[in-house]
Design a protein around this ligand. Structure first.
Ligand SMILES: *Cc1c(COP(=O)(O)O)cnc(C)c1O
Length: 485
């Protein structure tokens, strides 16, 4: 394993800019003064901000070095389960920086923004086609924001029927944001346990479903990386009691061009453009969580909506009295929409292939590592597979130790301790980005670590020793971040 990427090389120390600066350094030279000096107005005089004096080289090196401490999908494999850290093609960036898009002001009159409006309209149409749903809003800024929008739509639908409902069913394999979004919307969430195969049991849903329940919120594929194969039956039960089916489609990367969500009984669905549609994410940057609905729920979508008039011109339409209202300033994160549009247009019919390869990669890893690592649900998976540390616990090695050691082999750790239904979970999502050679390298690293757990456990419990920052107290690190190198 001497040939893995990122395991060695130069690691720079980097002081704060304040420690680096020296009085008199500057990034540019001013021309000689050709006027008499004059004193500043007394009221304006003062010490000024405490900025260090630095040269241009100081500043460039400082920020480039800091950027090199970060791991990114551009520097290596990033198999963070549920997050779909797939490669973001650079052509997306090129399209998003076209001056007509990058410089467009959100208050431009419609007639001067026809190109931007057309792009949004067509993106809505593409997303409807990819999911099988009827109508789309691009406004929500993240997956969880899309969930909240969807919950508001469920609420508005029941209120319109004159029968507001108070509860919502949420499987134990749902994403953690689901119950949070439901409760933000005022729903009381009722947990539904999944069966021994890791999926929903229609009988359990039938038992919990009643006429005070607004619907069910199903992550599909779920957070175990399994397809909810009983979704149609579940949808029938929920619809039978007047409820609606919300699908968390953040994991659509596994099923693009394969599953028609409307056919499987879904009424409302959100997508994560910053996962499935290759727009950048991480670090809390801008995202997009479009919401897709059936024709019946279209009147509740957020306003303004992007529409195509009979005169062939695109426009914003506000006249939707049943709408849940506005979910984002202006029209959502437009730059992200351009990137997703670029991805869909450049992939075309190959989107299906992307999903198939994502599923193939995850199943390949599952088959290669099962036995070495305990696999709680041994069945075909979708885009991610979930192992545990059960086999390594015999040597007092935990999931956390395995994840930390993996960093020294040059890989971003997988998602750990999630989903909560699996004790000591290690959730691996390779995505379609990785070629077989890279997936094999990852498998080899995971196997080498399992061997070390047996023979040299200190290598794991003391990891990571190579990276810039060693093992942190994660709670303190999150609450009291240390921002100096
Ligand atoms: C990532 C994810 C979300 C939340 O998306 P954000 O954009 O982080 O708010 C919701 N559900 C699932 C299944 C996810 O993977």
């Amino acid at each position: 394993m001497n040939d893995t990427v990122g395991t060695n090389g130069l690691i720079f120390n980097e002081p704060l800019l304040w420690e680096k600066g020296a009085p008199g350094r500057t990034g540019f030279s001013m021309p000689r003064r050709d006027v008499e000096p004059a004193a500043l107005d007394e009221t304006l005089a003062g010490d000024g901000p405490d900025f260090p004096d630095l040269s241009e080289v100081d500043v460039v090196r400082h920020y480039v070095r800091l950027s090199q401490w970060n791991f990114s999908v551009d520097s290596g494999m990033y198999p963070l389960g549920s997050c779909t850290m797939k490669y973001n093609p650079k052509t997306n960036e090129r399209q998003a920086s076209l001056p007509g898009f990058a410089g467009a002001h959100p208050l431009l009159p419609e007639e001067l923004a026809q190109g931007a409006l057309q792009l949004m309209f067509e993106l809505q149409e593409y997303l409807a086609r990819i999911t099988g749903m009827d109508a789309v809003s691009l406004q929500p800024a993240a997956g969880a924001h899309g969930e909240l929008t969807g919950m508001l739509i469920l609420h508005a639908h029941h209120a319109k029927q004159g029968r507001p409902r108070s509860k919502i069913l949420i499987p134990d394999t749902a994403h953690g944001t689901n119950p949070a979004s439901a409760s933000l919307c005022g729903f009381h969430s009722v947990a539904i346990r999944s069966n021994e195969k890791g999926v929903l049991d229609p009988a359990v849903v039938a038992e919990a479903m009643d006429e005070d329940t607004a619907g069910i919120m199903v992550t599909n594929p779920n957070t175990l990386g399994l397809f909810e194969e009983n979704i149609r039956e579940v949808a029938e039960i929920v619809h039978g009691k007047g409820g609606l089916v919300y699908a968390d489609g953040a994991n659509m990367n596994a099923v693009m061009g394969v599953v028609n969500m409307a056919d499987s009984g879904v009424d409302v669905l959100h997508l994560n453009l910053h996962k499935t549609f290759s727009t950048p994410h991480g670090g809390g940057g801008p995202g997009a969580g479009p919401v897709c609905v059936t024709r019946e729920l279209e009147p509740y979508l957020p306003i303004p909506r992007v529409a195509l008039g009979e005169d062939g011109r695109y426009r914003f339409s506000e006249d939707h009295p049943d709408s849940v209202g506005k979910m984002h300033a202006f029209h959502g994160n437009f730059g992200i929409l351009v990137r997703a549009y670029s991805y869909i247009r450049s992939m075309g019919g190959h989107l299906k292939k992307a999903s198939q390869l994502a599923v193939l990669n995850a199943n390949y890893i599952k088959e290669k590592l099962k036995g070495t690592y305990h696999l709680p649900y041994d069945r075909p998976c979708m885009h991610e597979c979930v192992f545990t540390d059960k086999n390594q616990q015999a040597h007092k090695i935990s999931t956390l130790d395995i994840a930390k050691r993996l960093m020294e082999y040059g890989f971003h750790p997988p998602t750990i301790y999630f989903p909560l239904v699996v004790h000591g979970a290690i959730m691996i999502e390779p995505t379609e980005t990785e070629c077989k050679a890279d997936v094999d390298r990852f498998v080899e690293a995971m196997k080498a670590i399992a061997e070390e757990a047996r023979t040299q456990p200190d290598l794991l419990t003391e990891a990571p020793r190579i990276p810039k920052v060693r093992r942190l107290d994660e709670v303190t690190a999150a609450r009291k971040p240390c921002l100096s190198g």
